[in-house]
Design a protein around this ligand. Structure first.
Ligand code: IVH
Length: 670
């Protein structure tokens, strides 16, 4: 197969598996395999930049910044929907409008009302040519580059039979998990955190620099069509959505077709129950007449169609009283004020605590002990104090004082230059940070030490059985001391020790994530693990080398470097790495042997290798102790040149660097 054919095959493969994963929710290959193929494509394209096309799966990183958004006029206006309180109203209006008897069965398409941003996607001959926001419904803004970074949004429709012109409409939104991550990052980086997932989605889409949009995990679900070429009109909403799904567009999996007012009321109640379990925020349901010819006949009143209605869930807000304000110290030393509340029901859940995020937010909202406040919760997101209601305030109350010392260890707190966050800089010496570090290490997505929860960590720390995470692996030496702890039987002690033992098998990426290095989330940890293969290589990498790992930016690279340079961390790592494990030290690659020529040598790759992907070549070189770098310098020992090498080849020649071809590389590796 020619390289070009391989490139096409890879692209098709990636588009298909991306669709299976995101749209059908039915992946056929592992994430690791997907990532590996993705890197292969990246490598091929790096070697042949002339073959890169805008619809390549690699090109979702975001184009260069715009100076302003262009205006787009919606030829078919993007209407809003009437919010209805009397839930039978839509059905009566529909029957009335169609002149049908009251017992006629009407099919309704029922969908969650996603709290996001409406956009319109214009496809011409199956190619995405323009994306626009709703704006005021008549005129929106062009966000083609920004929306193109959304992974699930096809830039080329799958299959065939696409209308010449097709405008798909839908909602861009942010999952609760992505929202929580973004909020955490914003407060870490001292930016104003977005208020809710809707604002976060809108703000991410309306970024002049599409590269910023690319870093926000946005999702998209379609909910209808706008313009469509003559003759291509579908008959029903559900079949139309099915068609869109076949063409690769993500459709809401919770949509249903129901009959009559009873049908959609049952759907409404059912979705209200499901609401908390969804990964994204919805604020109600949208009910639409399923038959599109009937929609035509029903038409519009003012700005809203007669054939649709939104039914909204009751708000998840309530009023209560602040009984106290606690200051919690997080894993990174950040001080977070938390309001202790008089217990109150908010949307079916009893709330007793609500976050105030940071002291700047606290003083902006001026929440005081004793205040009456409005509390809000959204899905899985922790409840927050939306605002204080000072009209009820005791006139003698005072603003909450900003702490000057850490409430856990008493050391002075500092506001890091350019950050709003107050931090205790005492690190592991602060008992609160130590505890949070251990909890993070043990958490499900990190080392997954089952049963090691907050209470147990407290006891282990208080009893002096552990001081840090490395001590966990020494607990097996004293099983009787564990069994003797309060509320611990022999059986639970055994289970805990077994869970700790099992965590020795966790792989390098989880281990890195578990260390709790700032800016190193799961994705960054996975990228570092994949790129470097061994913890030793990461610990000794330079800032520049760290940035060589995909998606590792300068900030994360700096944090990693600082983490390993810190003597207390270095000492901790020493003890952890002395532990016998099967997982942490490296990704499942052969152990490094000292290679007489490669050990310690810096090697650079260019061009395409016929028998190895660049990733494989890199991994094998690294396993033998070589450092694989992205650029040629006088310190480069070898340049490995595959087919169609790039400018590195001439640079290497100019510097007198030894150049090896694929055959020579293979004998070197053998
Ligand atoms: S249909 C004419 N379906 O809610 C009907 N809208 O004012 C067009 N929304 O602007 C909209 N989920 O942004 C429809 N499943 C859904 C929706 C939905 C959310 C938004 C949309 C619209 C607003 C209603």
């Amino acid at each position: 197969m020619s390289t070009k054919e391989e490139l096409h095959r890879l692209r098709e493969w990636l588009v298909r598996h991306n669709y299976l994963y995101h749209v059908l929710d039915d992946p056929e290959v592992s994430d690791t395999e997907y990532d590996a193929r993705f890197r292969e494509l990246e490598a091929l394209e790096a070697a042949h930049p002339e073959w890169i096309t805008p619809d390549s799966p690699t090109q979702r990183v975001g184009a260069s910044p715009l100076t302003a958004f262009a205006k787009v006029v919606h030829r078919v206006p993007m209407l809003s929907i009437r919010v209805e309180k009397d839930e039978g109203e839509l059905h009566r209006r529909v029957l009335d409008g169609l002149g049908l008897p009251m017992d006629t069965e009407v099919a309704y398409a029922a969908e969650p009302k996603i709290d996001g941003v409406a956009i319109a996607l214009l496809y011409e001959h199956g190619r995405l040519v323009r994306v626009a926001t709703r704006g005021d419904g008549r005129e929106g803004e062009e966000v083609t580059q920004q929306a193109s970074t959304i992974a699930t949004l096809p830039r080329k429709l799958h299959g065939s039979g696409h209308p010449e012109l097709l405008e798909v409409r839908g909602e861009v939104f942010m999952t609760l998990a992505a929202f929580a991550t973004l909020r955490a990052r914003a407060s870490e980086q001292d930016e104003k955190p977005p208020k809710n997932p809707r604002n976060a989605a809108a703000g991410s889409l309306r970024q002049l620099d599409p590269r910023v949009t690319a870093q926000r995990s946005l999702e998209f679900h379609c909910h209808g069509i706008g313009e469509i070429s003559a003759g291509a009109w579908p008959q029903r909403h559900d079949t139309m959505m099915e068609r869109l799904r076949e063409w690769g567009l993500p459709v809401c999996p919770d949509a249903e077709v129901v009959t009559g007012a009873d049908g959609y009321l049952a759907y409404f109640q059912n979705m209200e129950k499901k609401r908390d379990g969804l990964s994204y925020e919805i604020d109600g349901v949208v009910i639409k007449v399923n038959d599109l010819a009937w929609r035509e006949r029903l038409g519009f009143v003012s700005n809203a169609p007669r054939w649709a209605a939104a039914l909204k869930f009751p708000p998840r807000e309530a009023e209560t009283v602040v009984e106290g304000i606690d200051v919690q110290v997080g894993r990174t030393g950040a001080l977070t004020p938390v309001a202790r509340l008089l217990a109150v029901e908010v949307g079916g859940v009893t709330v007793t605590n609500a976050t105030l995020y940071n002291f700047e937010e606290l003083s902006r909202k001026d929440v005081r002990v004793g205040d009456r406040v409005r509390v809000r919760r959204a899905g899985d997101v922790i409840p927050e104090v939306a605002e204080s209601l000072p009209e009820h305030r005791d006139p003698t109350s005072l603003p909450f004082p900003v702490p000057v010392v850490c409430p856990a260890c008493g050391s002075p707190v500092a506001r890091v230059e350019g950050e709003t966050i107050l931090r205790c800089g005492n690190g592991f010496a602060c008992p609160a940070q130590r505890k949070e570090a251990i909890l993070h290490f043990a958490s499900r997505r990190a080392m997954n030490i089952d049963g090691l929860g907050e209470k147990l960590v407290d006891v282990l720390l208080n009893e002096g059985l552990i001081g840090d995470v490395a001590d966990l692996y020494r607990l097996q030496d004293a099983p009787e001391r564990i069994a003797g702890l309060a509320r611990m039987g022999e059986k639970s002690a055994e289970n805990l020790l077994a869970a700790i033992e099992a965590s020795r098998e966790r792989d390098l990426s989880r281990f890195l994530f578990a260390l709790g290095i700032r800016e190193v989330g799961e994705a960054t940890a996975a990228s570092l693990a994949r790129h470097f293969g061994a913890i030793a290589t990461i610990m000794t990498a330079t800032e520049e080398e760290l940035q060589g790992a995909p998606d590792v930016g300068p900030v994360a690279a700096r944090r990693v470097l600082e983490f390993f340079l810190e003597p207390r961390n270095a000492e901790l790592l020493n003890r952890l790495l002395a532990e016998p494990t099967t997982g942490w030290h490296r990704t499942g690659r052969p152990t490094r042997q000292d290679h007489p020529l490669l050990s310690g040598a810096t090697v650079v790759l260019t061009g395409t290798l016929a028998t190895l992907t660049r990733q494989e070549a890199k991994a094998r070189l690294e396993a033998l102790g070589a450092k694989v770098s992205g650029s040629v310098s006088s310190r480069t020992r070898y340049l490995i040149a595959g087919a169609s090498p790039g400018s590195k080849y001439t640079q290497a020649q100019a510097l007198g660097v030894e150049i090896l071809d694929e055959e020579q590389l293979k004998s070197l590796l053998a």
